[in-house]
Design a protein around this ligand. Sequence first.
Ligand code: HEC
Length: 148
Amino acid sequence: MIASLCYACQQKAERVDITTNKNLYPNNDARLAVLMRKMDKDMRDIKKAIENGEALPTYSEDYLEIKTAKSTDPSVKTEAFALMADNLLEQLDKLQNTAPESLEAQYLLTINACLACHVTYCPGPVKRIEKLKLLNLASLDAVDWSEK
Ligand code: HEC
């Protein structure tokens, strides 16, 4: 399982020979990886907007590419992957249209949708994604966030 994970999906400890194998670098530029980095940055902006009580920035149409974008490891593109990608898009859509009182809960569901896919297909960034959670949401956090 771990052996089939792409570079971006591995824990730091498993990246030791990255400097000796430069063939691994271009992998990191798969369309899906680029898209993920953009989503990660956008989620940070959305988190900031919620914390500051500002209007949410709208997410990019590019996100619709999640299911079709080329991934570093083509084997991740399973039926379950597609379902989890759909779930993320649905949660993001709700986030854009949610009432102010359910904004924080909906934000957590969105981050949860990131994590649902990541624990299975790309555990490396899980800790980074966990940091996207809002601090005052601790009481709503019934989810087991531990890495598998
Ligand atoms: C449907 C599955 C799925 C969902 C949902 C998902 N990811 Fe990913 N993510 C992946 C896969 C697979 C990769 C590895 C991309 C590659 O290299 O091809 C990845 C890579 C990443 C990376 C590392 C990118 C790099 O190359 O440095 C980050 C950060 C990331 N995702 C954040 C997020 C965030 C934030 C969300 C939610 C807004 C999210 N992901 C939702 C599957 C998913």
